[in-house]
Design a protein around this ligand. Structure first.
Ligand SMILES: [Zn+2]
Length: 409
């Protein structure tokens, strides 16, 4: 456990920001730097079948140390950090024995991490917090996950008295730009199921996420001199506006929570002849999700009847709720739950209002719930992680390996 902190500090000070506009994998050359470091380290702690492919996907094995027929399980985290905020020159600050008061991240810029605004801080009184210096994100998302997985594997390798089956680990590039699972070789990984270590606070355990699609509404108009436009002009902007007015006004991100779905219009552009609305559709429930897509077609039909043939709706599915893939193998959630409870950690099971790599992997044949990695306030300068939360995550990983083996007769 003593290397957990030094590992984490080493990883976060290696810039691995991904880039949504790049077409390569990994999307940024710099992700190779951390990848190569991790490959070396996996060898050093004694893992086998250590591999890195041409896209920087890393895999390794901790061999079974029991003759029992135990399922092969995996643990996965991602190497990249969010393009939303700088990950260059990360200077992590250590706050030991946190007193529950404001933490000055950056005196010159007046940046303060305060429990008045981030009340979660108060549950970590007396603990060691790792914060930023206010200029960058921290990268606990998801380098905490990497440090935890490696430390847990090292611990198991050093404690042969803990019996376990074959354990696979994987580190992926480009999760933050939605491509972390795209080139993941599920067959090569060869696990019966896995867990992403990519959640936030202690206890988080997630196996439900949104169904997600993006939609483009394209409106074609007809430009005519405004002085002579009566019964001739078709104003695409006005029709786009009418389209928006027919969407349910409360079903938007700013008015929904929990299991409530939404339409989120994030871009509009328009002239008389052409207008376009870009939106995303999100819903945990597959039937409601379908109904949302149909609503867009219905509105389009209605407006076509009124204005003539001027609207095209293009819908593209993005990801699906992993619940349907996890429910038939629900013991994989129960093992994680039991592992947490046996360590005195209360599992917090709630639907993710977003997606994870695990949802994609689940549909690729690798059921993959998500477990806490310990950090808070991801993707920005207020990101922090308590060292104690990372230690708990290490223990949860070890416990899951142990329970998976001990439950087999
Ligand atoms: Zn993450």
């Amino acid at each position: 456990m003593e290397k957990l902190l030094s590992r984490f500090l080493d990883y976060v000070t290696t810039d691995t920001q991904s880039d949504p506009y790049s077409k390569t994998t990994p999307s940024t050359e710099k992700q190779w730097t951390l990848a190569k470091k991790l490959v070396l380290e996996l060898h050093q702690i004694g893992l086998q079948e250590v591999s890195i492919d041409e896209n920087a996907y890393i895999m390794a094995t901790l061999p079974a140390n029991t003759d029992k027929k135990v399922p092969t399980i995996g643990f996965i985290s991602h190497m990249d950090t969010s393009p939303d905020f700088s990950g260059k020159n990360v200077k992590p600050q250590l706050v030991k024995d946190y007193d529950g008061k404001d933490i000055v991240l950056n005196k010159t810029k007046g940046i303060v991490l305060s429990p008045d605004y981030f009340e979660d801080l108060l549950q970590y009184k007396g603990q060691t917090l790792i914060t930023t210096d206010g200029n960058t994100l921290l990268g606990a998302d998801d380098k905490a996950g990497i440090a935890e997985i490696i430390t847990a594997m090292e611990y198991l390798a050093q404690h042969p008295e803990i019996k376990h089956g074959k354990i696979r680990v994987a580190f992926t590039p480009d999760e933050e730009i939605g491509r972390g699972a795209h080139k993941f070789d599920v067959k090569k990984f060869g696990a019966d199921w896995a867990y992403t270590m990519d959640g936030s606070q202690v206890g988080e355990l997630e196996y439900e996420n949104f169904n997600a699609a993006s939609a483009k509404i394209i409106v074609k108009g007809k430009s005519v001199h405004p002085g002579y436009a009566k019964n001739k002009m078709v104003n695409a902007i006005a029709i786009a506006n009418e389209f928006l007015s027919l969407l349910p006004p409360r079903e938007v991100p700013e008015h929904t929570t929990g299991m409530e779905g939404f339409f989120h219009v994030h871009k509009i552009k328009g002239e008389i002849e052409n207008a376009q609305i870009d939106m995303i559709i999100r819903d945990h429930d597959a039937i409601h999700f379908q109904a949302r897509k149909e609503l867009l077609s219905n509105i389009s039909e209605k407006l076509t009847q009124k204005h003539g043939d001027c609207i095209t709706v293009e819908i593209e599915d993005q990801y699906r709720n992993m619940r349907e893939k996890v429910e038939p193998v629900f013991h994989i959630v129960e093992i994680a739950q039991e592992a947490m409870e046996s360590l005195g950690i209360e599992p917090i099971i709630k639907p993710i209002r977003g997606g994870t790599d695990g949802s994609q992997l689940s549909f690729m044949g690798l059921p993959c719930p998500n477990i806490f990695a310990g950090g808070h306030n991801f993707h920005g300068k207020y990101e922090y992680v308590p060292l104690e939360s990372m230690e708990k995550a290490v223990k949860v990983i070890v416990k899951i390996c142990e329970l998976t083996a001990s439950q087999i007769k």
